[in-house]
Write a protein that binds this ligand. Structure first.
Ligand SMILES: [Zn+2]
Length: 292
């Protein structure tokens, strides 16, 4: 077998970065019953943030994935049309930002269909990808996503740099060993709270808890870049997914820090992709015949 030249070997290493934006606007606050004017305005700031994020992505020539609830499409159509106009992927993030784990199967399916219809009206096609509000799937979610033609999900935390096939029917019982269910054709694009802007930055006070947030944006972006550096050091092929919210990341000092992160990633050779494209690349690798 001929020895591959060094340049080819280098090219066989691919480190993909997916930038994802959950364009919730007011939906998350309404779903939690926070409907007084100030929390609603906090969600409204997502419209300002989205304009800034779109401008930044354009300046880097990067396509991203926007998870847009049906609520945001119906309430803020101009802002959503701008996302489509810039060539970004629009993916499914429920209609009303109610986590599937809190819904019956019938409620979950109705919500899935309603939000998909909103996406089809906005983009001309149904969503290929799904991310659950608050990252809490129900026992039915994987089945429903398969039944409705989804290609990938991005709500689970079972890996960091490699997509995997989502399972259904895992069996758990207290005091019993874990029994994994069957792997499905749905590609899981894993996520993590540590790579989500919300817990790092947002100050949230409820009757029972305080989420302090408000961390240094540059420190968080340094951590996020270290995740990329570790992926590059330890795997030849991988996908790293960052999750952001326009109303969170859209603050000026955070936008400057994000710009710094994108520059560092670009300089370090990151290949930016939408989740849809990265899931397709992962699928090809999973199902490719072994090389001779
Ligand atoms: Zn969300």
């Amino acid at each position: 077998m001929p020895v591959a030249p060094v340049s080819t070997l280098r090219e066989s290493k691919v480190h993909i970065v997916c930038l994802t934006f959950d364009f919730d606007t007011q939906s998350g606050f309404i779903a939690r019953g926070m409907t007084t004017p100030t929390p609603l305005s906090r969600g409204e700031f997502g419209l300002v943030g989205a304009r800034r994020v779109l401008a930044l992505l354009k300046s880097f020539g990067v396509r991203a994935t926007w998870f847009i609830p049906g609520f945001t499409i119906a309430s803020h159509p101009r802002a959503c049309e701008a996302v489509v106009r810039d060539g970004h992927e629009v993916a499914h993030h429920s209609w009303a930002h109610v986590p599937p784990a809190q819904q019956s199967r019938a409620e979950e399916e109705a919500d899935l269909v309603r939000a998909n219809e909103a996406i089809a009206r906005l983009t001309g096609r149904k969503a290929r990808g799904y991310r659950s509000p608050a990252w809490d799937l129900s026992e039915s979610t994987i089945d429903l996503l398969l039944a409705h033609g989804f290609q990938y999900d991005s709500s689970l935390m079972g890996a960091d740099y490699w997509p995997y096939r989502a399972r259904r029917g895992d069996r758990v019982a207290l005091g019993e060993p874990y029994r994994p269910g069957e792997e499905t054709a749905l590609i899981e694009m894993p996520i993590s709270w540590s790579l989500d802007d919300f817990p790092h930055f947002e100050f949230v006070r409820t009757a029972t808890t305080v989420l302090p947030g408000l961390q240094s944006a540059r420190t968080v972006m340094e951590n996020w870049f270290d995740e990329f550096r570790y992926m590059r050091k330890t795997v030849d092929w991988g996908v790293l997914t960052y999750t952001m919210h326009p109303y969170v990341i859209g603050r000026g000092y955070r936008m400057l820090a994000l710009e710094g992160l994108l520059q560092n990633l670009k300089d370090a050779g990151a290949v930016f992709m939408t989740l849809e494209d990265a899931a397709a690349a992962a699928r090809e690798r999973m199902f490719a015949p072994p090389s001779s």
